[in-house]
Design a protein around this ligand. Structure first.
Ligand code: AMP
Length: 360
């Protein structure tokens, strides 16, 4: 156990998107500074961080100089090149650690890890070519979803297979990348748990949120989720088991399918998560502060939920709604400072608080 970082310490963040931006704001509130590393000089976190290094992850001199200015390194995305991590780990603690990244970067490794923990996942099989796919379909059945093992996000790198005729086109859509076939899960709801584990091993989870997706992209999360007490407890306990098995330090998002037969783990994200943005208005300590506390070696905060919240993502042209939302009562806007509006691009979100604390 190392000493907690003192106010004035510097946290390095790999990745300068909206998650890095909101982490930087949370760190600043605790009197800490953030140094963001991102190849894009205009990355949203750069507007609010104390320092920015804009260089590619292959620039080892830039990485070394970055590591020399920070007390701990964290990240806002899971696909950090291995070479960069090798170098950084030798210089400064990286939290969450390598194991969590290794598990979550590859859907096959992730599923195997979850299965080994005894947690339910969709049936799955590795697919590298047409023969593997035919065998996987025979074993798992249809409908199923073919997904690239790596670099998939927001529903990208996925193809649904409803009939055997669709198999060849789905394989083509993988562009030769190693893939995994997943049986289609008949779920009643999608939920996620945002969990945290501190440096001393303490675990705390936020209340599960209920997620709605469109075109593979998260549109909204609402709390409380419509769950029984047993389902809620199960969701939180399985998240704790994942965090402990990984010796994790920081905040993690665990996406789950709710089915008649119990909870099925879809995927884990070793970082703060879009489906946890509601915590900014629903809890005294939000997911961003919780993550900063954990990686800084502070005690975890009380993430108990004090309000019902609906978080809506503002995607692409949803930005046109901003003037109207700005006039709404009990609506907290979070805009990411991205200059260009593009279809499918996450531009911001709004947290609408119902009843309770914020109503006069
Ligand atoms: P993912 O990128 O794996 O989170 O998938 C994006 C979305 O696709 C999920 O949130 C689900 O709505 C849907 N999905 C992914 N995998 C499955 C599955 N095995 N069965 C049913 N729906 C799925």
């Amino acid at each position: 156990m190392t000493d907690p970082l003192a106010p004035g310490a510097t946290i390095g963040i790999l990745g300068g998107g909206q998650l890095g931006r909101m982490l930087s704001v949370a760190a600043a509130r605790l009197g800490m500074r953030c140094h963001v590393f991102d190849p894009d000089g205009a990355a949203p976190a750069g507007h609010v961080a104390a320092a920015v290094t804009s260089a590619p992850y292959e620039d080892h001199d830039a990485l070394r100089a970055f590591a020399a200015t920070v007390d701990v390194i964290t990240y806002e995305f899971e696909n950090i090149p291995a070479g960069a991590l090798d170098l950084l780990e030798g210089a400064t603690p990286v939290r969450p650690g390598r194991k969590a990244l290794k598990v979550s970067q590859d859907r096959l490794t992730e599923k195997a890890f979850l299965a080994e923990l005894g947690l339910a996942t969709a049936p799955f099989a590795a697919v590298d070519d047409a023969q593997d796919l035919a065998e996987a379909i025979a074993e798992i059945g249809l409908p199923a979803i073919l997904k690239t093992r790596r670099f998939g996000y927001d529903g990208k790198g996925q193809a649904r297979i409803d009939s055997p005729d669709a198999a060849a086109a789905a394989l083509d859509a993988m562009n030769g990348a190693p893939a995994i076939l997943e049986g289609f899960v008949d779920f009643s709801q999608e939920i996620s748990v945002i969990g945290a584990r501190g440096l001393s091993g303490e675990v705390a989870c936020f209340d599960p949120g209920q997620n709605r997706h469109r075109d593979g992209i998260l549109r909204s999360t609402s709390v409380p989720a419509q769950l029984s007490a047993a389902q809620r407890a199960d969701a939180v306990l399985l998240t704790g088991r994942i965090l402990n098995r990984l010796g994790y330090v920081g905040v993690m998002g665990v996406e789950l399918f709710v089915t008649a037969g119990g909870l099925i783990v879809n995927e884990i994200a070793p970082r703060v998560h879009n489906s946890g943005h509601w915590t900014q208005q629903g809890c005294s300590i939000d997911q961003f502060e919780q993550h900063i506390r954990a990686v800084a070696g502070w005690p975890l905060g009380d993430g108990g939920r004090h309000s019902d919240v609906e978080m809506e993502n503002l995607i692409g042209e949803d930005m046109d709604k901003v003037p109207g939302i700005a006039r709404e009562a009990h609506a907290s806007l979070h805009l990411y400072g991205k200059a260009d509006v593009k279809p499918g691009r996450k531009m911001g979100h709004v947290n609408r608080v119902a009843g309770g604390a914020r109503q006069a």
